[in-house]
Design a protein around this ligand. Structure first.
Ligand code: PEP
Ligand code: MG
Length: 592
């Protein structure tokens, strides 16, 4: 039976394919009864999984360097102890024998019992340790069930649509190596890192669907409309045909945009605009070159630290940063220092804080782990010898954080001088403006840093006090809230007055509906996922700055959300010159 679900549109496009259900955080497992003759085999399967997870944890511990945060090693130790605890494994073994059930199901039953006991504990610290038991059980389940992101064997050459209750950014990252047509999840917000990775992969995605994982069966035919936030399950022939046509039309539009690749991003009145790319991994460079981006405006280095045991050392990081610097061939490469925490965590350090987005995230985490930070700073500085590398520090809000960071940069430079590694002494250090406090008290930022980059994703989250990963408050996540717009405009204008470059690298920079608004605020440096660059360039080519500034100033004075949206519509509807009269293809500065 055909039915439709509505969620949040997070990554444009249409995907048509078969459902592949994956399990993750909710520990959804199948239950089946086994014939007696298979019981010993099932117990052996559980024991083998324990051995494999034990080996995983041992390797993780052996691979940790001195620079690894002490809490990571403590977590690994705790997980090793839990894995050896008879309360978990012995009891699961008994359940398999008594109920003649599969190991996964027995494990989850036992987990529920243990969690219930933990919830009764009065000591808060011990009570919170239930999260560690869940993680150990998740590791065992992954071994027993195979990895959550693994596509089914029966793919028949058709597209696979991943259906999950929730996906972490680390899970989504693995889709880069797989051929996934699209994905849908019950949970998630539009600017969660999971959604950002989906956009960087240019695969259609809808999140916040609430019950999709329960309503959809493996192999169901699905249409994912990532532009409208719609999921159609088991569509009839007519709907299917209609969507196939729409998909072809979209593909045609995309291929037409390709002719803008070599055009300079210049407004109708002749101002050059920098359109740079956001990347997560060095492997993304191919996509960046395909659209001839002006540089890398944001390299989210924490993705190098996900989906692996242990953290990458200085040499490994250096090679990653150097490869990107060299590939960009003299164009600027902004490497952001680690933004771990909130929804991006090292394996084995799942956070248990009540408010992870407000906790020890990004620069706060790095300053608490100076050895780990220094390792990254040295790797990053060494890469500056091979290209135009700049470093960008996330989530700054206090003057003392800036001062401490600059002191550590100076220390890393001194270490490199002593070890004889070459680096660019003048490597620029920039700060992200993503906390309202930073935008409102820019003085130290303007004085001490070389450039600023506005992270609108977090600036919106922290200004409006809504978790960007939580679909329950997604309707309140509003880039057009007057407070957000004023903070952005104020930062851009304060930077211009102080002659300090200011860019935007949050998702707003990649939304063509906001290009003119940002241009009118005075923005000249945009950074976005590469898949958006040509569409934004098209808007730049059609824009005339002369009257944008005045109109945007009026829009910024509006508090009424309805009027504000009407003004934005009028701004975007301004008479445009047909593209063929704009910058001719081939006139670009690009050397690619
Ligand atoms: C932002 O917050 O806008 C940003 C670019 O950083 P991230 O999305 O990685 O938090
Ligand atoms: Mg951010």
């Amino acid at each position: 039976m055909s039915f439709t679900l509505h969620g949040l549109a997070v990554s444009n496009g249409i995907a048509i394919g078969h459902a592949h259900l994956v399990s993750h955080a909710t520990l959804e497992v199948e239950h089946y009864v086994l014939p007696n003759r298979f019981i010993d085999e099932e117990v052996a399967r559980l024991e083998q999984a324990v051995v494999e997870v034990q080996a995983e944890l041992d390797a993780l511990m052996a691979g940790t360097e001195a620079s690894v945060p002490s809490e990571l090693t403590a977590f690994i130790d705790l997980h090793r102890m839990l894995l050896a605890d008879p309360l978990l494994i012995e009891a699961t073994r008994q359940l398999i024998r008594e109920r003649r059930c599969n190991a996964e199901w027995a494990l989850v039953q036992q987990l529920e019992q243990v969690v219930e006991q933990f919830e009764k504990i009065e000591d808060e610290y011990l009570r919170e340790r239930k999260a560690d038991i869940v993680q150990v059980v998740e590791r065992l389940l992954k071994v027993l069930m195979g990895h959550p992101g693994r596509p089914p064997k029966h793919a028949r050459g058709e597209q696979i649509i991943v259906v999950a209750h929730d996906l972490s950014p680390a899970d989504t990252l693995q889709f880069k190596q797989m051929k996934i047509g699209g994905f849908v999840t019950d949970l998630g917000g539009a600017t969660s890192h999971t959604s950002i990775v989906a956009r960087s992969l240019a695969i259609p995605a809808v999140v916040g669907l609430h019950h999709a994982r329960n309503l959809i069966r493996e192999d169901d035919m699905l249409i994912v409309d990532g532009t409208r936030g719609v999921l159609i399950v088991d569509p009839d022939a007519q709907v299917l045909e209609e969507y196939r046509l729409r998909r072809s039309a979209l593909e045609l539009e995309r291929s037409k945009l390709k002719r803008l690749k070599k055009s300079r991003a210049t407004t109708l009145d002749g101002l050059d605009i920098e359109l740079a790319a956001n990347i997560e991994l060095p492997g993304d460079i191919a996509q960046v070159r395909a659209v001839d981006a002006a540089g890398i405006g944001l390299f989210r280095t924490e993705f190098l630290f996900l989906n692996r045991d242990g953290v990458p050392g200085e040499e490994e990081q250096f090679e990653a940063y150097r490869s990107v610097a060299e590939a960009m061939d003299g164009r600027p490469v902004v490497i952001r220092t680690l933004d771990l925490g909130a929804d991006k965590n090292l394996r084995g350090v799942e956070r248990t804080e009540a408010n992870p987005a407000l906790g020890r995230r990004a620069i706060r985490f790095c300053l608490a782990e100076p050895q780990l930070f220094l390792t990254q700073l040295r790797a990053l500085l060494r890469a500056s010898h091979y290209g135009r590398v700049k470093m960008l520090v996330p989530m700054l809000s206090h003057a003392h954080e800036i001062m401490q960071t600059l002191a550590l940069v100076a220390q890393a430079k001194e270490q490199l001088r002593c070890s004889g590694h070459p680096f660019d002494e003048c490597t620029e250090v920039g700060g992200m403006i993503e906390i309202p406090a930073a935008a409102l008290a820019l003085g130290v930022f303007l004085e001490k840093l070389d450039f600023l980059s506005i992270g609108t994703n977090d600036l919106i989250q922290y200004t409006l006090a809504i978790d960007r990963t939580d679909e329950a408050v997604a309707h309140l996540y509003d880039p057009l809230h007057p407070a957000v717009l004023r903070l952005i405009a104020h930062t851009i204008q304060a930077g211009a007055r102080a002659d300090l470059p200011v860019g935007v690298c949050g998702e707003m920079a990649g939304d063509p509906a906001l290009t003119r608004l940002l241009l009118g605020m005075g923005l000249r440096q945009f950074s976005m996922h590469p898949a958006q660059i040509l569409e934004v360039k098209q808007e730049v080519l059609r824009s005339n700055l002369t009257d944008l500034k005045r109109k945007v100033a009026r829009l910024l004075a509006t508090d009424d959300p309805v009027k504000l949206r009407q003004q934005l519509e009028r701004l975007n509807a301004v008479e445009t010159m047909p593209l063929k009269h704009a910058q001719a293809p081939g006139a670009g500065t690009g050397a690619n």
